[in-house]
Design a protein around this ligand. Structure first.
Ligand SMILES: Cc1cc2nc3c(=O)[nH]c(=O)nc-3n(C[C@H](O)[C@H](O)[C@H](O)COP(=O)(O)O)c2cc1C
Length: 190
């Protein structure tokens, strides 16, 4: 299955990068297949260091902000235990990873990763339609160059309804920011 979450990686100078990522997860996170696009900071950092931390989260505002590179500030982290890496203070579960195989024959690379250490910070809060809608909206926002404008607009209209009906302020703000980003992008493109 693919699980959407947040990946932290470190540059060679120790700068922490946070990005949403959807790895293919085998078993109960026995191993992960990461698929970062070449050109992303995650790809560069993982290629160089071969280490990163994948997080299962239940808040979606950092996913939304990082997807469109509008993180107001790097979220608070604590040092990873088995690798030189950063664990998000606000996460449900984390997995410290070592990349064991890299395939760059496709633009979306494949990086096989084994779990060196795992931990839990707090329980998953539960399913919420608005949060899922924000995740879908964030994915769409990173693919505007691939999806026809009318399709994006139609999907945003559906997602907006779930956010209005079931979200709290954080979800409404995150969705509003993504909506604004999409409008700006489409305004610039027309
Ligand atoms: C939920 C979600 C999952 C994503 N999964 C991936 C992925 O598996 N691979 C990828 O290259 N980009 C993925 N993206 C897009 C990246 O997060 C986005 O391009 C980001 O800007 C990359 O940041 P970076 O350059 O800091 O690594 C995903 C985005 C979202 C919202």
């Amino acid at each position: 299955m693919i699980f959407e979450g947040l990946m932290t990686t470190m540059s060679q100078t120790g700068a922490v990068n946070v990005a949403p990522m959807g790895p293919i997860v085998r078993g109960d996170f026995d191993s992960l297949l990461l698929r970062p696009f070449e050109g992303s900071t995650t790809f560069d950092n993982l290629s160089a260091s071969r280490h990163g931390v994948f997080h299962v989260v239940d808040q979606v505002d950092v996913i939304a902000e990082a997807a469109i590179r509008r993180l107001r500030q790097t979220p608070a982290t604590v040092p990873a235990q088995m690798i030189e890496g950063a664990v998000l203070e606000d996460c449900c579960r984390w997995f410290e990873l070592e990349v064991t195989r890299v395939d760059t024959s496709q633009p979306r690379s494949e990086m096989e990763a084994r779990v060196l250490h795992r931990g839990e910070r707090r329980p998953f809060q539960g399913f919420n339609r608005a949060r899922h809608a924000v995740i879908e909206a964030a994915i769409l926002a990173t693919r505007l160059h691939l999806i026809p404008r009318e399709d994006v607009e139609a999907q945003y209209r559906v997602l907006a309804s779930a956010v209005e009906k079931t979200g709290g302020q954080r979800e409404r703000d995150a969705f509003g920011m993504l909506n604004e980003f999409v409008k700006q992008h489409q305004g610039a493109a027309s």
